[in-house]
Design a protein around this ligand. Structure first.
Ligand code: PEP
Ligand code: MG
Length: 612
């Protein structure tokens, strides 16, 4: 059973005591990996938590009562969940009941609860922050106990903290960040980033993440400078510290001097100026020097004024990740909410097409508090697998897509396809839902159906897949991850995420050929398409349609209009015949530098190399 050792002094925590204060006035420069361009100067806001991320917010006097109420509601919810878990049968019944009873006792411990409420009231902070600083003191005290059994109880405190923080998430509190905030986190989830963008943060610094992590894809989409791979960053900073983020060179400068700030302000202004002169932004026909027509589409994860305006530079939307809606609604959006969202996508592209991907989520994203995490989420129940296992939700999404496609311009993209049967089943569902809508006299339009090619098995059966679909969508982010067995979100293996690996190049070639044989479009929509170097390689391999982040379009267009297809094709053939990724990288580096040095500046080439 759980109990609090009486001898321990559980005084209120000092919120800064959890950090190692750098205790220096001098600046500290940390070199890591740039994952979104730009320079920002601001103040650190530390983000904590795993499933539900949070940060410190100072409350107005008038908000305090409500915050205490929100905390009490979270305690109530957490208790209900524990009681529910206690009722479920399991082979470990006795142990389980003991553990959950112990957790329940903690949630009924008045001294713990009143400490948290006191922190909210006295320090005028949000409930999440109060929970953290109070439970941190408990954890620290437990960890210092000599008795092993008692010492290990800190895990229970962490567990209950997590539960409380998640329960607080259910309250959907909305706090705004202070001005000029630079988010610092171990890892940032797309849902958290989406939530925080409302306060217009200045930059992101994380410990974990890769070039193709969704949060950084999003950061590039909204022009938010980001640096990742900064080990132990949360131990080195405190909320409020001054910081500079250099998203060009992957540098983080803590406690910058006035001189450094001045220098970076100048650089940031220069970058703004160059950006405002971005070339080739109109939707004119794009061709290579030797006249090959190339179609550029946009990857869009949400629509706002800026994206709608910039969409005029693209021939429609190649990829809309509908799971971002899931983040927005903190769960499955209703049929009506989905219809509205998809309709606004279809409307904004007008006579062009909009590729909308069905939810590519994992159970972790939809997990109720307390549900077990998958050991390997990337290989687990996600994408089309989850849709097929939750047919009710899948049918709702299909119906919403059909009703939104009034202009007959929606392309449905199925993620993680590894077997033809998944496409055949979706076609059947599409037909059944059309019949249902017809019966109910509800208007709907026509859609095209495509498969996302991102799993090695799909490459091996690409001819069969191509026969079943109207188009193929090439997801190079996952394709590289799964082909090379390298976690795309894990910075420590970033050097193994080799986009120019012969296995990757040959796979891409095979998919493009399959599309050509069946006369169906192949839209390359991974991050590879948005890098000028890789875009040139893709064109050389035979790609005609590329879909990318709106901010990458001008640079990629400029590159494509400056290269000749025939020449790009020669290098791409050589690339496919390379023996290793290193050989491929050397070849690209030398060839492009020699041939089109005006297009591939060292900065562009370097960023291409870093992504690989
Ligand atoms: C991909 O895998 O390349 C892709 C475009 O999808 P996502 O990045 O969302 O996995
Ligand atoms: Mg993918």
């Amino acid at each position: 059973m759980y109990f609090l050792p009486a001898k321990l002094d559980m005084t209120d925590g000092n919120e800064t005591s959890h950090f190692v204060n750098p205790k220096t006035n001098g600046e500290i420069r940390i070199v890591a990996r740039a994952v979104s361009r730009g320079i920002s100067i601001g103040k650190v806001v530390c983000l904590y938590g795993s499933r539900r991320q949070f940060y410190r917010v100072y409350l107005q006097k008038t908000q305090i009562k409500g915050e205490v109420k929100r905390f009490r509601a979270a305690v109530h919810l957490a208790k209900l969940q524990l009681k529910e878990i206690g009722k479920q049968n399991s082979t470990f019944n006795e142990t389980k009941i003991n553990i959950f009873d112990a957790h329940l006792l903690m949630l009924e411990d008045d001294s713990l609860l009143s400490k948290i409420e006191n922190v909210i009231e006295e320090k005028k902070v949000n409930a999440e922050w109060a929970v953290k600083i109070v439970t941190d003191t408990y954890v620290a005290k437990y960890k210092s106990i000599v008795d092993e059994y008692l010492r290990e109880r800190y895990i229970d405190v962490e567990d209950i903290t997590d539960r409380l923080l998640n329960a607080l998430g259910g309250g959907k509190s909305k706090f705004l960040l202070e001005k000029n905030s630079v988010i610092v986190a171990k890892e940032i989830k797309p849902s958290t980033l989406l939530e925080l963008t409302e306060s217009a943060p200045k930059a992101i610094i994380t410990e974990i993440g890769g070039w193709t992590s969704h949060s950084f894809i999003l950061a590039r989409e909204i022009n938010l400078p980001a640096v990742t791979g900064v080990k132990g960053i949360l131990r080195r900073v405190q909320t409020g510290d001054k910081v500079i983020v250099d998203g060009f060179n992957g540098q983080v400068i803590l406690h910058p001097t006035e001189n450094t700030i001045k220098k970076y302000k100048r650089q940031a202004a220069q970058f703004q100026q160059v950006k405002s002169q971005d070339p080739g932004t109109k939707q004119e026909k794009l061709t290579t020097l030797d006249g090959r027509r190339i179609i550029i589409r946009a990857n869009v994860d949400f629509i706002d004024e800026h994206t709608s305006k910039k969409l005029s530079e693209a021939s429609g939307i190649g990829l809309y990740r509908s799971e971002f809606l899931f983040n927005q609604y903190k769960g499955f959006p209703t049929e009506q909410e989905q219809i509205e969202a998809y309709r606004s996508i279809a409307d904004v592209v007008g006579s062009r097409r909009a590729g909308i991907r069905t939810f590519d989520i994992s159970p972790e994203q939809i997990a109720e508090v307390g549900q077990e995490k998958e050991k390997n989420p990337a290989l687990g129940m996600r994408g089309i697998r989850l849709s097929i296992s939750n047919l009710k939700h899948f049918r709702t999404q299909i119906r919403a897509l059909l009703q939104a496609s009034i202009k007959n311009n929606i392309d449905i993209i199925l993620p993680m396809i590894s077997d033809v049967s998944e496409i055949i089943l979706t076609r059947k569902i599409l037909e059944e839902e059309k019949q249902r809508l017809t019966k109910r006299k509800i208007r709907f339009g026509q859609t095209r159906l495509g498969a996302m090619i991102e799993v090695p098995a799909a490459i091996l059966i690409i001819e069969e897949i191509a026969r079943e679909v109207d188009f193929l969508s090439l997801g190079t982010n996952d394709l590289v991850q799964y082909l090379l067995a390298v976690d795309r979100d894990n910075g420590t293996v970033a050097d193994w995420y080799k986009t120019l690996h012969p296995a990757v190049i040959r796979s891409i070639k095979k998919v493009l050929e399959a599309g050509e044989n069946r006369k169906i479009p192949v839209i390359v929509c991974g991050e590879m398409a948005g890098s000028p170097v890789y875009a040139a390689i893709l064109i050389g391999l035979g790609a005609v349609e590329l879909s990318m982040n709106l901010n990458s379009i001008p640079r990629v267009k400029q590159t494509i209009s400056g290269i000749a297809f025939e020449e790009a094709s020669q290098i791409s053939i050589c690339l496919a015949n390379c023996q290793s990724a290193d050989e491929g990288e050397e070849l690209v580096y030398k060839y492009f530098l020699k041939k089109w040095s005006h297009l591939f500046t060292p900065e562009i080439l370097q960023s291409g190399k870093k992504q690989s």
